[in-house]
Design a protein around this ligand. Structure first.
Ligand code: PEP
Ligand code: MN
Length: 264
């Protein structure tokens, strides 16, 4: 169950290379999409250099338009797994459909449930039947209670290894930021639930130069980690280029987060 009332101690999720929800901070980094074998290997090295222990990359992409790049599918999962193994990292990748759960399970250490699928109850039930940790993203119009109820669907199936991701919500103003980063959600979720809270400043910000301030704010608010998008050539990224941190900017973000983490 999600509520602290029934489970006062923090849940700590242990994977091969990460401890999520303990006193340390977890960095998850990688491109929005797995673009090629060569590219994900390059990005994995960059991610690792900044201290990331988890490599992200989408192989099944929930694109707003059906004509946009939809991901490499299983080939992308294979490249992502190999790049993570090469650098001794864990994999996080999105699963969009309950029918894909067994396939994605073969390659990933953490299932990502995207914002658009937060209330896809058949998908939540399917990952709830596995023993693989689940990172549940807050839907763009979801309240905190909606998010906790969605987590409950996973937990009800027996899988308690859940982390919650604040990735920005829709508000009336999306001219200068892609979404509105609900910073207050971080301490509120920690009061209400024992699951680790991770912040995604990339999808909250939408623009790379806003990512570091939001990441730092998330850590200052007590988040257990950050998940960020990086790219060596954002102008040619297959998806979400404008919000991708280039390698040097990513290293700065990671350093700033580590410094702030010492204070909280
Ligand atoms: C992503 O992580 O690339 C993604 C699509 O995120 P969200 O579901 O938060 O929009
Ligand atoms: Mn993205």
């Amino acid at each position: 169950q999600a509520s602290r009332l029934f489970h006062p101690e923090n849940t700590v999720i242990k994977t091969a290379h990460s401890l999520i929800g303990a006193a340390n901070m977890t960095i998850m980094a990688g491109p929005c999409s797995v673009e090629s074998q060569e590219h994900i290997f390059k990005m994995a090295q960059v991610a690792k250099q900044g201290g990331a222990t988890v490599l992200r990359g989408g192989a099944f992409k929930p694109r707003t338009s059906p004509y946009s790049f939809q991901g490499l599918g299983e080939a992308g999962l294979k490249y992502l797994r190999a790049a993570a193994d090469e650098n001794e990292m864990d994999v996080i990748t999105e699963v969009m459909d309950d029918e894909h759960v067994p396939l994605v399970a073969k390659y990933t250490d953490i299932f990502q449930i995207g914002a658009r699928n937060m209330q896809n109850f058949s998908l939540l039930k399917a990952v709830g039947q596995t023993k693989i940790p689940v990172a549940l993203k807050r839907g763009m119009s979801a309240t905190i209670d909606d998010l906790l109820n969605a987590a409950e669907y996973i937990a009800a199936g027996g899988n308690q290894q859940i982390m919650l991701i604040e990735r920005g919500i829709r508000t009336f103003d999306n001219k200068y930021t892609r979404n509105t980063f609900d910073i207050g959600a971080v301490p509120v979720l920690q009061q209400l639930t024992h699951y680790p809270v991770i912040v995604d400043p990339s999808h909250a910000a939408g623009y790379w130069d806003l990512v570091t301030p939001l990441a730092v704010a998330g850590i200052a608010a007590g988040a257990s980690g950050v998940i960020v998008e990086i790219h060596d050539d954002p102008a040619h990224a297959f998806s979400d280029g404008p919000q991708a941190l280039k390698p040097a900017a990513y290293q700065v973000m990671a350093q700033h987060c580590q410094q702030v983490q010492q204070l909280v």
